[in-house]
Design a binder for this molecule. Structure first.
Ligand SMILES: [Fe+2]
Ligand SMILES: [Fe+2]
Length: 177
């Protein structure tokens, strides 16, 4: 079954959205590298890699469906932040934006009755739910910690011990090839 042209265009855009996300998180990791928070830097680096895996999963899907892959430029990410809390707040916004994009994509897949695409997008919807939850949990604890350096360092250590490719991302890594 030929992939619908509107869906093809949107899936290509999603490759770009995921690569942009990856770049956003890499810039966050780089910002943390300049601070004492090595754990948060590690967290954002891992997050960046997961987003690249998401982009590759969309790439592979388009290729498998014999649809044309079209790559666009990736925008320069924001590089300056006020605090760890600020970074994680923007991280949550980023995830909420992506959830909206995947939701919209799912709706189009439904309209054109492309069930294979719906299946792919369902995986992403679950992934988004998990990612939003993880970021929200960390945000809640960052708010509790406030400006207390000892508490922040505890959270930093915890962030650093997050398994590489954690969450559904590890699965994306395996299937994205
Ligand atoms: Fe993603
Ligand atoms: Fe994400």
């Amino acid at each position: 079954m030929t992939l619908n042209s509107k869906l093809t265009k949107l899936l290509n855009e999603q490759i770009n959205n995921e690569m942009s996300s990856s770049y956003v998180y890499l810039a966050m990791a780089a910002w943390f590298e300049q601070t004492p928070y090595a754990g948060f830097a590690q967290w954002m680096f891992t997050q960046s890699r997961e987003e690249t895996m998401h982009a590759l999963k969309f790439y592979q899907y388009l290729a498998d469906r014999d649809a044309k892959v079209e790559l666009e430029p990736i925008a320069k990410p924001k590089a300056d932040f006020k605090s760890p809390l600020d970074v994680f707040q923007q991280s949550l916004k980023q995830e909420e934006k992506v959830t909206q994009q995947i939701n919209d994509l799912y709706e189009v897949a439904e309209q054109v009755k492309d069930h294979a695409s719906k299946n792919l997008l369902l995986w992403f919807l679950n992934e988004q739910m998990e990612e939003e939850k993880i970021v929200r949990d960390m945000l809640d604890r960052l708010k509790l910690a406030g400006n207390d350096p000892a508490s922040l360092l505890v959270l930093d250590r915890e962030a650093g011990s997050r398994p590489a490719g954690g969450g559904g991302g590890a699965d994306a890594g395996r299937t994205a090839r």
